[in-house]
Ligand binder design. Structure first.
Ligand code: NAD
Length: 351
């Protein structure tokens, strides 16, 4: 399989590339224009693999995308490239419309032109897999409701609105032009190589620096969490075995309040890296003014992907969190340059 992954230098995209190249029958082509969130260091372990290649290209450059599709003889597209940070979307929504909406439209246009010219056998196997988020479904009450594939879209932030729009375009390209698409909507990911402004790495690294651990509001917003490597495995299943035109909700069935996530990180660090002062890390938790339009709760019903594709997460939240903390403790070479140069702590990073 020749697979084109967009956004392969990002958090989830790099996990997908690292997974897919392990199969020597795959050729993995990573299209990533390397925004602040893209980092080739996350691909260091595979950069010399013969079945891996990176192109520094903007997904909005339709002609370039089309020529790469042809040159690399692509069988499947996994479209992850996006602006992905809710707080950044509130400060500057234009980039989200440009990349997430216009960029997805350009990717669809290039894919459709390419697909129409394929010979019949390759046409049948071709897929455009659009990777999206549970945030498109909007706000759930604290104690009831769960997102299924048929839950109506009700996005609250510029980020989730742009992802919702892109999902609709993908579905329309299937309904109108017959492009063989599959979609997936996943809950909050966490794990190694996560950009240090997002909640879990932010809290781990702030704690190690013994500075405040900021939490929006009272910390009672609830998110469902999934270890990134389990998401990557789900995505591989969806692109290879998912039914054309279908969407799949992916989640860990691991709902936690933000406060409980932060407290769990503090407790694990108390054991693994006790503070010299003897105080515990929880003492650094600070509550700050809530973000506007902050959805209370997201919860994913992953029954469809479990039943249809046989997927299940391999780690619990506590196991995955411990792996993640160990990774940040062992891989300062990766996060220190970002923490010192790209991300200077101005955003809180809660989804
Ligand atoms: P990320 O911000 O870590 O990575 C995005 C990547 O896309 C970066 O490498 C960036 O350089 C690249 N990119 C951005 N604009 C581009 C453009 N115009 N052209 C080419 N490359 C561009 O994001 P992530 O957390 O890895 O998320 C990947 C995808 O998964 C996104 O579509 C996101 O909406 C979705 N998603 C994320 C989560 C999560 O918890 N992180 C959950 C569900 C779905």
């Amino acid at each position: 399989m020749n697979i084109l992954v967009t956004g392969g230098a990002g958090f989830i995209g790099s996990a997908v590339c690292r997974l897919l190249v392990q199969n020597p029958e795959n050729k993995v082509i990573n299209i990533d224009k390397l925004t602040y969130a893209g980092n080739l260091q996350s691909l260091k372990s595979i950069e010399n693999f013969r079945n891996y290649k990176h192109y520094c290209v903007d997904i909005c450059d339709e002609q370039k995308i089309l020529s790469i599709l042809k040159d690399e003889n692509i069988d499947k597209i996994m479209h992850l490239a996006a602006e992905s940070h809710v707080d950044r979307s509130i400060d500057g929504p234009a980039a989200f419309v440009e990349t997430n909406v216009v960029g997805t439209f350009r990717m669809l246009s290039a894919a459709l032109t390419y697909w129409r010219e394929l010979p019949t056998d390759k046409k049948v196997d071709f897929r455009f897999h659009h990777i999206s988020t549970d945030e498109v479904f909007g706000d759930l009450p604290f104690n009831e409701g769960i997102f299924t594939e048929t839950t109506p879209y009700a996005p609250s932030s510029p980020y989730s609105a742009s992802k919702a729009a892109s999902d609709h375009f993908v579905r329309a390209w299937h309904e109108t032009y017959g492009l063989p698409v599959v979609l997936s909507n996943c809950s909050n990911n966490y794990g190694p190589f996560h950009f240090p402004e997002k909640l879990i790495p932010l809290v781990i690294l702030n704690a190690l620096h013994e500075i405040e651990l900021p939490i929006y509001g009272q910390g009672n917003n609830v998110r469902d969490w999934l270890f990134v490597e389990d998401h990557a495995k789900a995505l591989e299943l969806v692109v290879t075995q998912g039914f054309i035109g279908e969407s799949y909700n992916i989640g860990g069935r691991e709902e936690r309040t933000n406060l409980s996530v932060v407290e769990t990180i503090c407790d694990i660090l108390d054991m693994k890296r006790p503070r010299a002062s003897g105080k515990n890390y929880r003492e650094l938790i600070t509550f700050v003014t809530d973000r506007p339009g902050h959805d209370r709760r997201y919860a994913i019903d992953a029954a469809k992907i479990e039943a249809d594709l046989g997927w299940k997460p391999t780690v619990t939240f506590e196991q995955g969190l411990e792996k993640t903390i160990d990774w940040y403790l062992d891989n300062e070479w990766w996060w220190r340059p970002i923490r010192e140069k790209t991300y200077t702590g101005e955003r809180l990073g809660q989804a």
